[in-house]
Design a protein around this ligand. Structure first.
Ligand SMILES: *Cc1c(COP(=O)(O)O)cnc(C)c1O
Length: 403
């Protein structure tokens, strides 16, 4: 079978692959601790579930307009006003089948063959592949622990060409947890202000920030910047609703209209029941988020300290999201490393390390290469304190064997 060129440009999501491998071992009775998946371990709050049940019982189970029900668009508009001080019309908002789908649809309607999309690296695994699928070219800006994984204005300036169609800002970031301050975004905005390009602001982790960090959106800087910016967000991470599949986008109404046309010829509307649940999530009591944040913060401190106590690992303390992204390049220099690299023979060191940790420590973590950097791996700390404690102990023992 000859498959399309399009699909051959795309690789499977490494985070989903690690999660699937851990699940397979677990089903064989092997006790693997999964730190792979990027989703909160909390249950969806009760008020949101009840809104969904009510929707089912009142017959809200049919097609809706492809771009979403007006009630949810209205709730999104109010959310932007309330939380971000951003004003949008209903025509500037679309509801999609998850935040991933919002990015997908956006890229499909703006990218032609050869168009460039600037992506700070390490990046969320899906950005480059979705750009490649559309025929575009991902252009990476490398960052590392020394700059807190943030890009500098000069780096951005250097990468912009006549082919640049869009720039991605994901703050707080998956996988690094780095979040840009208002001042840092103002500096980037100065570079972007007069350029003919679209700023894609993926705000999916906006509410998951620590130590009093104030989330800020680049669209707040000026009307000129706001006009260029498409804000992407969703309910998956904030409200522990990953399985409900609701994301949304806001910005230029011409772009939103095209995304709606694409959606109308592909998925049609996001699940009706989930849309009503999302209305409650965005408009209902927001205090349900507080206990999740307290737990995430406790786990963040525990994991970062724990990782920094393991030989060869150096971990930056994330300002947001629920991932730790330790630098493991010193592990590759340990005495026992040659045995690991011989045994797993993977093209990438981070993949060999993760295979070793899966087998030796029975812990599932994601190789950094999937996020664009082989010197790291990713641990999701959106899991129970007990699992984190046990998992870190196992990782420590496994890596100490290499010393
Ligand atoms: C999880 C995530 C999303 C959206 O996920 P959905 O489940 O599709 O809503 C978007 N961007 C980043 C960076 C993410 O980590």
């Amino acid at each position: 079978m000859k498959f399309s060129d399009r699909i051959q440009r795309v690789k499977p999501s490494p985070t989903l692959a690690v999660t699937a491998m851990a699940a397979q071992l677990q089903s064989q009775g092997i006790d693997v601790i999964g730190f792979g998946s990027g989703e909160p371990d909390f249950d969806t709050p009760q008020n949101i579930k009840e809104a969904a049940i009510k929707a089912i019982n009142s017959g809200k189970t049919k097609y809706t307009p492809s771009g979403g029900i007006p009630e949810l668009k209205e709730a999104v508009v109010k959310k932007f006003k309330r939380d971000n001080n951003l004003e949008y019309q209903l025509s500037e908002v679309i509801i999609n089948c998850g935040g991933k789908h919002s990015f997908y649809n956006l890229i499909q309607v703006i990218i032609d063959d050869g168009d460039e999309v600037i992506i700070p690296s390490p990046y969320w695994v899906s950005y480059p592949d979705m750009v490649l699928l559309a025929g575009g070219k991902p252009v990476f800006i490398e960052t590392d622990i020394s700059t807190g994984f943030k890009i500098k204005p000069q780096q951005l300036e250097q990468k912009i060409t006549s082919k640049t169609k869009a720039v991605v800002i994901n703050s707080p970031s998956n996988p690094t947890g780095a979040a840009y301050t208002r001042h840092e975004l103002e500096e980037l905005a100065r570079v972007l202000e007069d350029k003919d390009l679209i700023i894609i602001s993926d705000d999916i982790y906006e509410t998951i920030v620590y130590d009093g960090f104030k989330f800020f959106n680049i669209a707040n800087i000026s009307e000129k910047i706001k006009e260029k910016t498409i804000v992407l967000n969703g309910v998956s991470k904030t409200y522990a609703m990953t399985g409900w599949r609701i994301g949304y986008a806001a910005g230029n109404s011409d772009i939103i209209k095209k995304m709606d046309i694409l959606q109308g010829q592909s998925t049609s509307n996001p699940t009706t029941i989930s849309q009503w649940a999302a209305v409650e999530a965005l408009s209902g009591d927001q205090s349900v988020l507080d206990h999740m944040l307290v737990a995430f913060d406790r786990r963040r401190n525990f994991v970062v300290d724990g990782l920094n106590n393991i030989p060869g690992l150096k971990c930056y303390k994330p300002e947001g999201a629920f991932y730790a992204f330790p630098d493991c390049s010193e592990v590759y220099k340990l005495k026992g490393w040659s045995k690991v690299s011989e045994k797993y023979k993977d093209d990438y060191k981070s993949s060999s390390l993760c295979a070793y940790l899966m087998e030796e420590a029975r812990t599932a973590v994601v190789p950094g290469i999937g996020f664009g950097n082989d010197n790291y791996f990713r641990i999701s700390f959106a899991t129970s304190d007990e699992k984190l404690k046990e998992g870190l102990k196992r990782i420590k023992e496994a890596i100490e064997k290499l010393v």
